[in-house]
Design a protein around this ligand. Structure first.
Ligand code: IPM
Ligand code: MN
Length: 353
């Protein structure tokens, strides 16, 4: 019996989570596992009413679950940063979800902006460090508001934090068992403290993984190769900030935010799964947003909690829908409503398992 915490959140988050949960129900019946859901109302509405984003007690409560399923946070009525920091980053840091796992996979039938590239070329995973780097929020203003002002923003990289991320990436590359190639994406030529530590750690750990081919690319070059030769990548490991940036590029080459899912993973604790796009307020309440990213996040969640067969069938059902049904992955252009897309995935699951 799995215990799943659900935070639908804001905007279209609630609409896509509804479809994700529909798929979870369908796949649980076909695969034969049981689960319970507890819903939490954290997000903009609650913040506007109570001025509380996420109490510390919530973090403690979340630790009792097997996984967390998050829709999206963000609302035009709330100042940028409040929900991002107070909810998303607080969960990632507070629950030690030190890996952000972001697959970049072009499914059959999905259009990519990359000319002459297909599903056989675009299939890699970014392992983004999720607890350190520039995201620690350290820094200061010096002489704020004067013409001599300086703003400092610290990137903190600990040996412990870097090593556990790199080790996870090597293990992941081995288990994935595809090209067995791990690329370190950094900026050793300019950021000579942080990336010196990353590179040293990477090379040291690599000696334990002689079955894995290693490679290094600067972050700017990584962006170039992702567009020019995405087939070169198998797994990319990088820091929090670079990982944030290159995974938006990754989402675009795999067909857009409508399909891109991610997991905030604590391999020793509770992990959180989410569609990586935002709350898309302009589409909310219209039943036109694409739920496939949220459904793919359910697939990732099932994989992490150990329901591998169920995870596979969610992915196969998504592929059936993208390859045979949808006109486009963009909101309002799918040729179907949000709930119809959810229903189609459920039907495919029933047929496939
Ligand atoms: C993401 C988002 C977040 C991040 C924001 C909302 C804080 O862009 O999940 O990639 O920067 O990590
Ligand atoms: Mn981002």
């Amino acid at each position: 019996m799995y215990k799943i915490a659900v935070i639908p959140g804001d905007g279209t988050g609630t609409e896509v989570v509804r479809e994700g949960l529909k798929v979870l129900e369908a796949v649980s019946k076909s695969a034969g596992f049981k689960y319970s859901i507890k819903e939490f109302d954290y997000g903009a509405e609650r913040y506007l009413k109570t001025r509380e984003v996420l109490p510390d007690s919530a973090l403690e409560e979340f630790k009792k679950f097997d996984a967390i399923y998050l829709g999206a946070v963000g609302d035009p009525r709330v100042k940028p940063g409040i929900l991002e920091n107070g909810l998303l980053l607080k969960m990632r840091f507070g629950l030690h979800q030190y890996i952000n796992l972001r697959p970049v996979k072009l499914y059959p039938g999905v259009e990519t902006p990359l000319k002459d590239k297909g599903p056989e070329d675009i299939d890699f995973v970014v392992v983004r460090e999720n607890n350190e780097g520039l995201y620690v929020g350290e820094g200061e203003f010096i002489k704020k508001g004067t013409k001599d002002e300086t703003a400092l923003q610290v990137s903190r990289n600990t040996r412990h934090g870097v090593e556990r991320c790199i080790r996870y990436a090597f293990e992941f590359t081995r288990k994935r068992n595809k090209k067995k190639k791990l690329t370190l994406c950094g900026k050793t030529n300019v950021l000579t403290y942080a990336w010196d530590l990353w590179e040293r750690t990477f090379n040291e750990v690599a000696r334990e993984y002689t079955d894995i081919t290693t490679d290094y690319a600067h972050v700017d070059a990584t962006c170039m190769w992702m567009v020019k030769n995405p087939e070169w990548f198998d797994v990319i490991v990088t820091d929090n900030m670079f990982g944030d940036i290159i995974t938006d590029l990754g989402a675009m080459i795999q067909g857009g935010m409508g399909i891109a899912a991610g997991g905030n993973v604590n391999p020793e604790g509770v992990s959180m799964f989410e569609p990586i796009g935002g709350s898309a307020p302009k589409y909310s309440g219209k039943n036109i947003i694409n739920p496939l990213a949220a459904i793919a996040a359910i697939g990732m969640m099932l994989e992490e909690i150990g329901e591998k067969e169920a995870a596979k069938s969610v992915e196969n059902a998504i592929i059936e829908v993208t390859s045979k049904k949808l006109k486009s992955l963009s909101a309002g252009k799918m040729g179907y409503t949000t709930s119809e897309v959810g229903d189609m995935v459920c039907q495919k699951i029933k047929m496939l398992l």
